[in-house]
Design a protein around this ligand. Structure first.
Ligand code: ADP
Ligand code: MG
Length: 351
């Protein structure tokens, strides 16, 4: 049989390398929204405004009032593996920022028309950089950064073809913003789509719950998940061993048919974790009827050294040290809350 001669091994050129890398980070407009909002939060922003056109395919613009990027570093921000967030292996082992891989801007710029406008506290004026041409020019804006991403996937028709309708892409973008907003009640978020204001969540302090020595951001949770989630739920706050937990659990009798309101955060990062999701599920198992799905929101605070966030480009999956111990901690915290519920007692006043 004819075995082909070996093809020559060659180094890929830079542009191709970027495109391949971009495929892992930028799947759809919502991935860009997630990364840009991550950056805004890492820059200390207290206001984040997202503007989309056509579900983000035509335009994604994220504006923040964070610390900005100095003019002489704008170009560097667009380079692959360039980051201000970690410096060495030690930093990588205890990441507390949302970003650290230094690839989101580079990846996005390689599959779109991207521009950066930024102003710091000390520069005489802002600067605007066009990623494709490298053109840099003076601009006007207050302290903070605006990143505009136009014509996503214009150069990669295959990827563009996989995009769904603008309505669906918009829904994913909204979900990305919601994931951030739920855990950052101290930040105001607004979303505009084709010139219409869709979300306008003002920063809100935690509310002290009547009869409980607890302050939780129930207003933001109600804004993002609906009033009924709060009215039909109960608070959770616990500390067990290495983990501090805070959240909201729907009363079993209000569990619905869909598992679309289940939000797990570790150190303010939205994550998916089967082990921990299973802990919540089994805590509910005894008190739920049939196939009902509980709605819940849980925020865990852990020593960052126990969480490896560097296993997936989108950082949605993480690896947990001693995840069985965490499973136990969660289960033990939730079970007594659910077991102690008297049916029909109301938590109307918590807003
Ligand atoms: P990472 O967030 O992993 O560092 P990015 O590609 O997302 O990588 O961003 C590269 C760098 O650009 C960041 O490390 C940060 O210094 C800077 N940067 C990006 N977005 C912003 C922003 N909105 N405000 C201030 N600095 C930013
Ligand atoms: Mg980033």
């Amino acid at each position: 049989s004819a075995i082909p001669a070996p093809a020559r091994i060659q180094l890929l050129d830079d542009e191709l390398i970027s495109q391949i890398a971009a495929g892992e980070v930028v799947e759809r407009p919502a991935s860009v929204v997630r990364e840009l909002v991550d950056n805004a939060l890492d820059a200390g922003a207290t206001e984040v405004t997202v503007r989309l056109m056509e579900g983000g395919v035509r335009l994604i613009s994220v504006e923040d009032n964070g610390h900005g990027i100095p003019a002489d570093q704008l170009a560097l921000a667009l380079r692959r593996h360039a980051t201000s967030k970690i410096r060495d292996l030690h930093d990588l082992q205890s990441v507390l920022t949302m970003g650290f891989r230094g690839e989101a801007l580079a990846a996005t710029a390689s599959v779109s028309e991207l521009s950066l406008i930024s102003q710091t506290a000390t520069q005489p004026h802002a600067w605007r950089l066009e990623a494709r041409t490298g053109e840099i020019a003076p601009a006007a804006r207050e302290r903070g950064t605006t990143i505009e991403v136009r014509e996503l996937f214009f150069s990669t028709p295959a990827r563009r073809q996989f995009l769904k309708t603008p309505v669906t892409e918009l829904a994913h973008c909204q979900e990305a913003i919601k994931r951030h907003a739920l855990v950052r009640p101290d930040v105001s978020f607004a979303l505009w789509h084709d010139g219409k204001l869709l979300l306008d969540w003002r920063a809100t302090p935690a509310q002290t719950l009547p009869g409980l020595d607890l302050a939780l951001p129930t207003r933001r949770w109600a804004d993002a998940l609906g009033r009924r989630f709060i009215e039909q739920g109960v608070p959770l706050q616990a500390e067990r061993g290495p983990v501090r937990m805070q959240g909201w659990l729907i009363r079993p009798e209000h569990a619905g048919a869909r598992a679309d309101t289940q939000y797990l955060y570790i150190n303010q990062r939205f994550v998916r974790d089967r082990t921990l999701a299973h802990a919540v599920k089994s805590a509910y198992a005894d008190v739920l009827h049939g196939q009902r799905q509980p709605a819940w929101l849980l925020h865990l605070e852990l020593d960052p050294q126990r969480v490896d966030v560097n296993i997936h480009p989108s950082k949605v999956e993480v690896r947990l040290r001693e995840s069985q111990a965490l499973h136990q901690a969660l289960w033990h915290a939730i079970t007594p809350v659910l077991a102690g519920l008297k049916p029909h007692s109301s938590s109307d006043d918590v807003l």
